[in-house]
Design a protein around this ligand. Structure first.
Ligand code: GBH
Length: 462
C-alpha cells in the first residue's frame, strides 16, 4: 500500500478571529456576542476575554513569518464580522478591509494560501440585541450582505472560502445549553437557529456562484462531528450510533448534500424541526464545493437502558438527550486530552468513511483537528510529545481512509498557536506554537517542528 498522501495535499493550520486577534476596540470594531458573553459573570473561566488574545491584529506579520518557517502551504483564519460591519448591517468599515488586505497580501507574499471562514461565532452584538441573532430569519439577508462585502473586497486573492464554522456549535452550545454565546438555554431554539444558519450559508454560496463566479474560487461549509461507535453489536446499539451521527452531522450535512433534514430527525422531532420551502430546498441542495470537517473525538453510543444516568453538558449530545435517545459512554482504554476528549484516531478514519458513503464520495478537507495538552509551563509546552503523537495518529487514520478510497484533499491543524479557548479562556492550549500571554512571544513547540517535517515529506514520515 502506498505510504503517500496525494500530491498537492493541503497542509495547513487554522485559527479564528476572536480567539487570536485582540484589538477588540481598535480599527472601528464593535462588540460581538462573545465580548458580551465574556463580560457575563461565570461564563468564561477566570473572566478571560478576547481583548488582547494573541494580539495577532498587531503581530500578524510575525505570525505569517512563523507559518512560513514551518512550511505551511495554507492558513485558515476567520474574518471578524463586527470589524467589517460594526453594526452587522451597514457599510463596510474601511479600516477592517485594510487590515484583512494586509494579512492576505502578507500570506500570499510568503507563499501561503489563505482559506477564509466568514463566520466563526463572533456575531455583531447589535444583531443579537436588535434581532435575536440566528433565531431571526432576517439573518439570511444580513449574512448575504456581509458575505458580498467580503467576496468583493478579498475575492480577487482569496480562492478558498468557508461560509460557517461548525453551525452545530452555534446552535447547540449557543442556543441549547448556553455554554457559548449568546448563552441561551432552550430545547427548541437550536433547531431554529440551525435552520437560519443553513439558509444563510446557502445564500452566501449562491451569491458567490452567481455574482462572483469570475473569481473562480471554491466555497463550502465546515461542520464538526465527533464519531460514535456502537457499544455492542446489538441492532439497538448500532441504530443508536447511527442516530447519534445523524443528529450531529447529518442534521447539517443532509440539507446540503441531500436537500432535507434526516428522516430520523423528522420522525422524532415532528413540528419542532423547521421545514425548507421548495425554493429553499433548491437553494441549499448542492451548496458546498467540498465537505469541510472539524473532527476531534469519539464516544460509544448505545440504546439508553431504564434509569440509566445521562450526562447533559458540552460533551457528547450537547444536552439533546430526549430528542436523540442515545446513551454515550467512553471506552476506559482511551486516553484523553486536556479537554477530557477521547483520543481515537481510528474514529477519524471511520468518520471519513461514513461521510464518503453517505454523501456519495465528496471532496473532503479536515479543516480542524488537534488537541489540548496540559502545559503548565513553557518547558512542558515546548516538549509536547502528546500533541505530536495526536497529529501523527490522526493523520495516519486519515491516510488509511484515503487508501480506502476517501477523497481527502487537505488537513488543517487546530491551532497555529495557543489562543482563547472560548468558555475555557486561556486555560487550554491547543497551539502547535506556544504563546506566552505576558510577553506575547510565540515559540514553535516540538509538534510544530514535527508537522513542518511532515509537510516537507508530504507525510512520508507518518
Ligand atoms: C472547535 O470546536 C472550534 O472550531 C474551535 O474554535 C475550537 O477552539 C476548537 O474546536 C477546540 O475546542 O466531550 O468528548 O464529547 C470543537 C467542537 C464539539 C469538539 C464538542 C468536541 C465534544 C467532545 N467540539 N466535542 S466530547
Amino acid at each position: 500500500m502506498s505510504k503517500e498522501f496525494p500530491k498537492n495535499f493541503v497542509w495547513g493550520s487554522a485559527t479564528a478571529s476572536y480567539q487570536i486577534e485582540g484589538a477588540s476596540r481598535e480599527g472601528g470594531r464593535a462588540p460581538s456576542i462573545w465580548d458580551a458573553f465574556c463580560d457575563t459573570p461565570g461564563k468564561v473561566e477566570e473572566g478571560h476575554n478576547g481583548d488582547v488574545a494573541c494580539d495577532h491584529y498587531h503581530r500578524f506579520e510575525e505570525d505569517v513569518k512563523m507559518m512560513q518557517s514551518l512550511g505551511l502551504k495554507a492558513y485558515r483564519f476567520s474574518i471578524a464580522w463586527p470589524r467589517i460591519q460594526p453594526d452587522g448591517k451597514g457599510e463596510a468599515n474601511q479600516q477592517a478591509i485594510d487590515f484583512y488586505n494586509r494579512l492576505i497580501d502578507c500570506l500570499l507574499e510568503h507563499g501561503i494560501e489563505p482559506w477564509v471562514t466568514l463566520y466563526h461565532w463572533d456575531l455583531p452584538l447589535s444583531l443579537q440585541i436588535e434581532h435575536d441573532g440566528w433565531l431571526n430569519k432576517d439573518m439570511v439577508k444580513y449574512f448575504e450582505k456581509y458575505a458580498r462585502i467580503c467576496f468583493e473586497a478579498f475575492g480577487d486573492r482569496v480562492k478558498n472560502w468557508i461560509t460557517l464554522n461548525e453551525p452545530w456549535c452555534s446552535a447547540v452550545l449557543g442556543y441549547g445549553i448556553g455554554a457559548h454565546a449568546p448563552g441561551r438555554v432552550s430545547a427548541d431554539e437550536p433547531y431554529i437557529a440551525a435552520h437560519h444558519l443553513l439558509l444563510s450559508h446557502a445564500r452566501a454560496y449562491r451569491i458567490y456562484k452567481t455574482e462572483f463566479a469570475h473569481q473562480g474560487g471554491t466555497i463550502g461549509i465546515t461542520n464538526n462531528c465527533d464519531f460514535r461507535y456502537p457499544l455492542t453489536d446489538s441492532t439497538e446499539d448500532r441504530a443508536a450510533a447511527e442516530r447519534s451521527l445523524e443528529f450531529f452531522l447529518a442534521w447539517f450535512a443532509d440539507p446540503v448534500w441531500k436537500g432535507d433534514y434526516p428522516q430520523v430527525m423528522r420522525q422524532r422531532l415532528g413540528e419542532r424541526l423547521p421545514q425548507f420551502s421548495p425554493d429553499e430546498r433548491k437553494e441549499i441542495l448542492g451548496s458546498s464545493d467540498f465537505f469541510g470537517l472539524n473532527h476531534y473525538s469519539t464516544m460509544m453510543a448505545s440504546e439508553p437502558k431504564e434509569g440509566q444516568e445521562q450526562v447533559s453538558d458540552i460533551a457528547g449530545n450537547g444536552g439533546m438527550i430526549d430528542d436523540q435517545n442515545v446513551h454515550l459512554s467512553n471506552d476506559p482504554a482511551w486516553q484523553k486530552t486536556h479537554m477530557g476528549w477521547n483520543i481515537v484516531p481510528e474514529g477519524c478514519r471511520d468518520l471519513l468513511k461514513w461521510i464518503d458513503q453517505r454523501y456519495d464520495h465528496p471532496i473532503i478537507y479536515i479543516t480542524e483537528n488537534g488537541c489540548a495538552c496540559d502545559e503548565p509551563d513553557k518547558e512542558s509546552a515546548l516538549n509536547d510529545v502528546m500533541r505530536k503523537d495526536f497529529y501523527e495518529s490522526y493523520l495516519r487514520g486519515s491516510r488509511n481512509a484515503i487508501e480506502q478510497g476517501v477523497d481527502l484533499r487537505g488537513y488543517f491543524a487546530w491551532s497555529l498557536m495557543d489562543n482563547f479557548e472560548w468558555s475555557f479562556g486561556y486555560k487550554r492550549r491547543f497551539g502547535m506554537c506556544y504563546v506566552d500571554y505576558e510577553s506575547l512571544e510565540r515559540t514553535p513547540k516540538s509538534s510544530a517542528l514535527w508537522f513542518a517535517e511532515a509537510i516537507k515529506q508530504n507525510g512520508e514520515n507518518i
